[in-house]
Design a protein around this ligand. Structure first.
Ligand SMILES: [Zn+2]
Length: 201
């Protein structure tokens, strides 16, 4: 099994360029023709961005808390883009997060960071849902969290069944594993009131 020694190390653009060039030849293309000449370099550059999650540090998830009593918090429509690990094609959509803080408040932009960290790598939707829930429970001291992801998969749209349907996955952790909590809080996700972030009394 080939594995890179240090996962935090920047991916090698030069090596990716070579691989993409090789792939273009295998596909029957001439990688030196106009239009394709810069493609391996562009893909290598793009991969650095869309697979950046592998090299995001744990300490970037550190949160500073302010003590304050709050009830459930809903963060709606966090947009994400990821790459399916079965086909290396994009899947993308929106994430809804409901969590119950434990008397501590953290900067909500940290949730975006958690999403980016796990979305910007090869993924499957079920694992992405679970990893976000687990990271917030472990790192941010919340009492419970529900993560709901609705996504479209290009590998379903452009190949195989060619179906345009969405896939919805859900993961509940902490007190949100109890049905009565979920029944009380999760419906708030589906209200359309602005602002998108709201506190529940
Ligand atoms: Zn796929």
């Amino acid at each position: 099994m080939i594995q890179r020694k240090n996962k935090k190390e920047k991916i090698s653009k030069k090596r990716i360029e070579k691989l993409i060039r090789r792939l273009l030849i295998e596909l029957g293309e001439n990688p030196d023709k106009e239009g394709l000449v810069g493609t391996p370099a562009r893909i290598a550059e793009m991969y650095q961005e869309i697979f950046a999650g592998y090299r995001m540090n744990d300490d970037e998830l550190d949160v500073s808390f302010v003590n304050e009593e709050t009830d459930a918090i809903v963060v709606k429509d966090i947009r994400f883009y990821s790459m399916c690990e079965h086909h290396m094609l994009p899947f993308y959509g929106k994430i809804q997060i409901v969590y119950i803080p434990s008397g501590k408040v953290f900067d909500i932009s940290k949730l975006n960071h958690v999403v980016e960290r796990y979305a910007r790598r090869l993924q499957i939707q079920e694992r992405l849902t679970r990893q976000i829930a687990d990271a917030v429970i472990a790192g941010m001291g919340v009492k419970g969290i529900s993560v709901i992801i609705e996504a479209k998969h290009l590998c379903m749209k452009i190949r195989g069944v060619r179906n345009d349907s969405s896939v919805i996955t859900e993961c509940n952790r902490g007190v949100m594993e109890q049905k009565e909590f979920r029944e009380h809080v999760v419906p708030l996700i589906y209200t359309s009131a602005e602002p998108k972030l709201r506190s529940v009394v």
